[in-house]
Design a protein around this ligand. Structure first.
Ligand SMILES: Cc1cc2nc3c(=O)[nH]c(=O)nc-3n(C[C@H](O)[C@H](O)[C@H](O)COP(=O)(O)OP(=O)(O)OC[C@H]3O[C@@H](n4cnc5c(N)ncnc54)[C@H](O)[C@@H]3O)c2cc1C
Length: 460
């Protein structure tokens, strides 16, 4: 078995791992990035399916995502705005289609009043939350002991208001049923994007895309590292102690002073740690789980909805595809819609045949855009649940009560092992921005440790 030695070994060539590796290199430390897949990018994957370029994973960039925006600028990539001219569409509880503009769904005046009032309450609560330390809030335990759904239902008995408020952090973000995570987890999700209002504002949260695809970020970061990124190298064993770490893949042994685990926390237990991780990590990691969403891509000869004065933006907590957008590529004559089917709806659909599932999803899209939506020229479902090295989408979050109980130790290193991933981030939580922030943070912590230990490292 081949052996290499580096200052730092990084497990995972996603945005977090590659950011950390580049920072460490700039600081004068040697690195090896071990990636299980045959490609870099992890949950960033721009691919061509039946002749259509599709963003199978993460794609949107919002104005508050400074870490991601800085990386995009630094790599010389171009961004463009999501198409948003015209009316949005909302399907109500009776199946009626309503066109609207602005952020508020076209609901009854009373439901609108309730939504506005609770949104204001939520914004005030979110403003008190430090996304990097939500567990420090004086009411953290209380807010982590009530489910998001139960809290909303304590505020109002208006079911349509509850469903519309719930889905912003539920189906649309954490992609878990709203009875499975807490109010505190929901507030963290909102705080990580600046406010609850930001989160429900599609023009904010889904603002820009990168021309040519967001996977270029990891691809270009990896190019800078050259041969130090090693593909098809799932790390099976990590021995660790005061002297450093030794990672073993099927073909390689890598020795280093530090390791960074830069992947979803649900995959920590794919690695055999020798000695085992401490009790706290063993317990904590069992309370983190992936959400689940199917990202559906439908490409048409033309963006036909634009001719009807529609922006492509569509929402309904009553539809299988609870949200959908115009996702036409930059400079493309064809039109692309992207829709999302989350949590239990996604479970239910995977019990069907491929044909039945496609029919149900396209039927749901047709409720927003008309029957033309039923006949795409290219159709594809991103199913990250079957991806061995991800296991869900978009990301991991704590189940009920886990955030206040374990959150403070989420990013605490264990000896020479550090942890970096979007799923551990405060600002940018569950987003590429958070992955990049975590990469920078962990790299700077390691550089500092090498300085404290009197080892050589230059500032990058
Ligand atoms: C469908 C979908 C849509 C999304 N939409 C958006 C969006 O629009 N905007 C946004 O900002 N974010 C979005 N996200 C989230 C975003 O993509 C992720 O938060 C981010 O890419 C995670 O980066 P990461 O580096 O932390 O982890 P990952 O991208 O998961 O990278 C971890 C890497 O580690 C590797 N790995 C795991 N275990 C091992 C092992 N034992 N040995 C070696 N390698 C290993 C994996 O193969 C993977 O390449 C979306 C995600 C999905 C799935």
């Amino acid at each position: 078995m081949a052996e290499i030695t580096r200052d730092v070994l990084i497990v995972g060539a996603g945005a977090a791992g590659l950011t950390a590796a580049n920072d460490l290199r700039k600081a004068g430390l040697s690195v090896a990035v071990l990636e299980a897949r045959d490609r870099v990018g992890g949950r960033l994957w721009t691919d061509v399916i039946d002749g259509a370029m599709l963003e199978l994973g993460g794609q949107w960039v919002s104005p508050d995502q400074d870490a991601l925006k800085d990386t995009i600028d630094e790599l010389g990539l171009e961004t463009y705005s999501r198409y948003r001219e015209g009316d949005s569409v909302y399907v109500g509880p009776d199946g009626q289609v309503h066109r609207f503009t602005g952020e508020m769904f076209p609901v009854s005046p009373e439901t609108e009043r309730v939504i506005a009032e609770i949104t204001e309450r939520l914004d005030a609560m979110v403003a008190q939350i430090d996304p990097d330390r939500p567990w420090e809030h004086p009411q953290a335990k209380e807010w982590d002991s009530v489910t998001w759904d139960a809290w909303l239902r304590q505020q109002t008995d208006d079911d349509e208001a509850v469903r519309n408020l719930a889905f912003a952090t539920g189906s649309a973000m954490l992609t878990k049923p709203t009875h499975t995570f807490s109010l505190l987890q929901s507030l963290l999700m909102a705080a990580s994007a600046g406010s609850y209002s930001n989160l429900v504002d599609a023009d904010f949260i889904l603002d820009k895309r990168v021309a040519g695809g967001l996977q270029q970020v990891p691809i270009l970061l990896a190019e800078r590292l050259g041969d130090d990124v090693l593909l098809n190298q799932p790390v099976r064993t990590l021995e660790w102690g005061a002297d450093g770490v030794t990672a073993t893949t099927d073909e390689l042994t890598v020795r280093a002073r530090y390791a960074i685990l830069a992947h979803a926390p649900v995959l920590y237990d794919r690695i055999s740690f020798v000695p085992p991780l401490p009790r706290r990590q063993h317990q904590m990691h069992q309370h983190l789980s992936m959400g689940f969403v199917i990202k559906v891509h439908a490409v048409y000869e033309t963006p036909f909805w634009r001719e009807q004065g529609l922006s492509g933006t569509a929402f309904s907590p009553y539809e299988l595809a609870h949200e959908a957008y115009d996702n036409t590529n930059h400079g493309d004559d064809r039109g692309t819609l992207v829709g999302f089917v989350s949590d239990q709806n996604a479970d239910d659909l995977f019990a069907l045949t491929d044909e039945e599932r496609r029919e149900r999803i396209l039927d749901s899209l047709s409720h927003y855009y008309g029957s033309e939506a039923k006949n795409p020229v290219v159709y594809y479902e991103s199913d990250w649940g079957t991806e061995e090295w991800t296991r869900g989408a978009y990301a991991a979050s704590f189940d009920m009560g886990g955030l206040h109980r374990y959150g403070a130790d989420l990013r605490t290193p264990v000896g020479p092992i550090h942890f970096a991933c979007s799923d551990l981030a405060g600002a940018g939580f569950q987003h590429v921005d958070g992955a990049i922030r975590m990469g920078h943070l962990v790299a700077s912590n390691i550089v500092e440790s090498t300085r404290d230990a009197g080892e050589t490292a230059e500032v990058g």
